[in-house]
Design a protein around this ligand. Structure first.
Ligand code: HPA
Ligand code: MG
Length: 171
């Protein structure tokens, strides 16, 4: 298996800076709650949150997968959300939106607790893989349906610490 350089650290950093400025313009004074979806989103969330130039909070959640009894297959349960999200402006921070199933479930579950708004910030988006009617509000990079690693994204839990993003070479 060969991975080749795809998105450099410099491009990632400057894109996150732009997103941070945009989110600052749109959320300054609203005390937004960033919700980082572990494990993959931690480097992106760390950088994006520090580019948010106003007061805000951050929480970290994990999604526990288990096999559902119905036809839907894997059901995900939210672990670790300590904050009361009622009337809060939520920004879910993801590393990647692929099929969109995870983010759809997360939005549905969080919505039950009465937040004022929910938006999604994702470092990467694969529009061609999307299976649900949803588009992330803040997108770092839209990419083709190829397997990538680095900057939080893993291959069997390895490679999350790479500073650049790499794509699997197909041949
Ligand atoms: N890489 C790593 N993890 C992922 C990907 C990917 O391309 N798509 C969804 N999860
Ligand atoms: Mg993974």
């Amino acid at each position: 298996m060969t991975f080749i350089p795809y998105i450099s650290q410099e491009r990632i950093n400057s894109r996150i800076t732009e997103l941070g400025k945009q989110i600052t313009r749109e959320y300054a004074g609203k005390m937004p709650l960033f919700i980082c979806v572990l494990n993959g989103a931690f480097p992106f969330a760390s950088d994006l949150f520090r580019q948010f130039d106003s007061d805000g909070e951050i929480e970290f959640i994990r999604l526990k997968s288990y096999q559902g009894t119905g036809s839907t297959g894997v059901v995900k349960e939210i672990l670790g959300l300590n904050a009361d999200i009622k009337d809060r402006d939520i920004i879910i921070v993801e590393d990647i939106v692929d099929t969109g199933r995870t983010i759809e479930k997360l939005i549905n579950d969080l919505s039950k607790n009465g937040p004022r708004s929910i938006r999604v910030a994702t470092l990467l988006f694969k529009p061609e893989a999307l299976e649900v009617d949803l588009k992330p509000d803040y997108i770092g990079f839209s990419i083709p349906k190829k397997f990538i690693i680095g900057f939080g994204l893993d291959l069997d839990e390895v490679a999350r610490n790479l500073n650049d993003i790499y794509v699997l070479k197909e041949d």
